[in-house]
Write a protein that binds this ligand. Sequence first.
Ligand code: SAH
Length: 509
Amino acid sequence: MTDKTGIVYLIGAGPGDPGLLTIKAKECIETADVVVYDYLASPFLLNYAKRDAQIIYVGKKGGDHTLSQEKINLLLVDKAKQGFDVARLKGGDPFVFGRGGEEAQMLLSHKVPYEVVPGVTSAIAAPAYAGIPVTHRDHTSFVSFITGHEDPTKKDTSMQWDVYAKSNATLVFLMGVKNLENIVKNLIKHGKKSDTPVALVRWGTTARQMTVTGTLETIAERVKKVKLKSPAIIVIGHVVSLRDELSWFDKKPLFGKRIVITRARAQASGLVSRLSKLGAQCIEIPTIQIVPPEETAPLINSIENIKDYDWLIFTSVNGVKFFFDALFDMGHDVRILGHLKFACIGPVTKERLKTYCIISDILPASYRAESVIDAFSTVKIKGKKILLPRAKQARTVLPKELTKMGAIVDDIAAYETRLNTDGKEDLMSLLKNSEIDAITFTSSSTVSNFMSQIESKSVKKLLKNVVIASIGPITSDTARSLDIYPDIEAKEFTIKGLVNSLLEYYDGK
Ligand code: SAH
């Protein structure tokens, strides 16, 4: 407990695409002590929270188990009074049907300071991602946001059906899926033309986005047929017809594909951002954790004696990172490496090395240990001393071959990979509910760790309709040895190569 009252930020978390969060919202999440969110706010945004922030989930879909609005209000007041800064994340914009106004009033009455961070509302963003501009000079110059939640048959309705029906505004209904039939019936009854175009956009701006179009006359039937459920935006008006011409998001090559990322979280961002840009929904279930080696002496000693070496070879970004972490921790800087020659496996490793202002002397043509050996065939390494800081469990091909060529190789553990089982339950439930389209494996350990988490007797059944994508032949070999058969193997053994192979695969489907 502190004397200070914390501040509550009522934050619009945007409609679902994490990229639609505002910079200000991100800053508030990063500094908050407590983050309160509900089911419309993308859980991805929680990654921005401080490590020790309290994360509180207050709402489940369909209203079940939802903390009542009153309890949420009290929670916000309580946490602020305890001195915590609170980020209250609300889907879309907090003041567009978000009850943000009520939360602000409540905070005010308890003398809790608050700020509002507006967000991108789903009322505009979901239509936009479906290729529907809510205004357009040729169609309409005015748009209404209307609650679809109110029972349109109730007596003291505040719904002005005649106004909606007569105006040529684009009508955007939120929370209206259950009432769709009543909404269209009332509009037609009050004179709106039955051939007026209508679209429903469910989970707009996310890889789960689904759009159904029709007219006032046909839409209810079509929605029933595909069993489209909440949350969805209903857009009514001539602008809907522009979708035929302007749809863009659902045309992305991996649109709608749910792809599991098994690599360590710290390394996943490149793959996640590439796949997301192509429209895929990435589900991060890291199967490995990357940590410093348990035994640190060999790495420390090799850095202490770095002047004895001629070459430094890095086989991964992690090797570079953990080597330099240790070097800096020991109070050195890159000047102690001035006499060395460098080799890197892979362009990404090379780029990482460059961030330490060192350019690799050798970059093999392809990204396997075998190619490094080829690359060294033109260099005199007989009698030269090579330091190889890499994963503890790494393959022995490279040091063996270099030794055969007459080099003296010190194969040192710069880091270790450990099994991460945090996502096990999520993984099993997604697999059982057929909610995964593809799984990516980016190293042998991602495969073996993945396999150790799923019930082996049901593997075949669980993975039956799941596309298995491997980054290269070694990972594929490991997979096959564990009875998983990759459908895709990258031609270039990099993240870019893996993504390209996924693209080719789905393009050919
Ligand atoms: N404050 C929110 C709206 C909250 S009301 C905003 O500004 O977006 C909840 C309703 O918002 C849902 O019933 C649905 O109609 C709509 N909604 C929220 N997110 C959505 C999304 N990603 N796609 C479609 N509709 C969404």
